[in-house]
Design a protein around this ligand. Structure first.
Ligand SMILES: O=C(O)c1ccccc1NCC(=O)[C@H](O)[C@H](O)COP(=O)(O)O
Length: 232
């Protein structure tokens, strides 16, 4: 949660996706990141996977550089400087090093894609060797339990089922109790597009929401106002 008790925004740079195909192919990662940074996003998530999401590691570097440059301009410091998340399918420690090298502050670990040993090893490597607390993604109670077992402190519940791409906004709500009272920031991922969505999650103790497609489809010049309205 942000310092005002509101929900923090993780805004995503997402050109395409397996479920929706092309979303915003010509999006410029640098200018998108600047807009996000200057509109109040706490985290900028950059999809670096090339095949399905049409992202690159270079997007991450350009986004980071542009947002940092925008942020140091006089008069532009209304918000905290956002952190950068490398959003990709991470299987190896090397990808965590790569993320750091290209400007990320943290990485995504998807519980469903990793054995418990690999999940734990990658989590520990990220925290202990690179000093980055990963966003650990889950989609059901069993995965949430696995995330809690490794000591994850930032857990994202993906409302999108990765097998059939169905989005059920109640997924986060149903798992919220499993972290209540724990030292965990609960994040709601996917399908979020309105201020009302954010308000529902806020009341359930969600600390951050991740928004991709809705931001990428905002009409030109409307991304900043859209973010301010979401956070309103
Ligand atoms: O977005 C997809 O189609 C997708 C399919 C399979 C694995 C991951 C996928 N998306 C990654 C994400 O987690 C979303 O980009 C992120 O939560 C933002 O979702 P949205 O706001 O619905 O774009």
């Amino acid at each position: 949660m942000d310092e005002t008790g509101g929900v923090s925004l993780m805004s995503e740079i997402k050109r395409a996706s397996p479920s929706k195909g092309d979303i915003a192919l010509s999006a410029n990662a640098a200018s998108q990141a600047q807009t996000y940074a200057l509109s109040g996003a706490s985290v900028i998530s950059v999809l670096t996977e090339p095949t399905w999401f049409k992202g690159t590691l270079l997007d991450l570097r350009l986004a980071r550089t542009a947002a940092d440059a925008a942020y140091i301009k006089p008069g532009s410091q209304d918000y905290e400087r956002p952190a950068f998340l490398r959003k990709d399918f991470i299987f190896d420690e090397y990808q965590i090093d790569e993320a750091r090298l290209y400007g990320a502050d943290t990485v995504l670990l998807i519980v469903a894609m990793l054995s418990q040993d690999r999940l734990s090893a990658l989590y520990n490597y990220s925290v202990q060797v690179r000093g980055m607390e990963p966003l650990v993604e889950v989609n059901n109670a069993e995965e949430m339990q696995r995330a809690l077992e490794i000591g994850a402190k930032v857990i994202g519940v993906n409302n999108r089922n990765l097998h059939d791409f169905n989005v059920d906004m109640g997924t986060t709500s149903r798992l919220a109790d499993m972290v209540s009272g724990k030292d965990v920031v609960l994040c709601a991922l996917s399908g979020i597009s309105t201020k009302e969505d954010v308000e529902v999650y806020r009341k359930q103790g969600v600390g951050a929401v991740l928004v991709g497609e809705a931001l990428m489809r905002a009409p030109e010049g409307q991304t900043g106002p859209f973010i301010k309205n979401l956070l309103g």
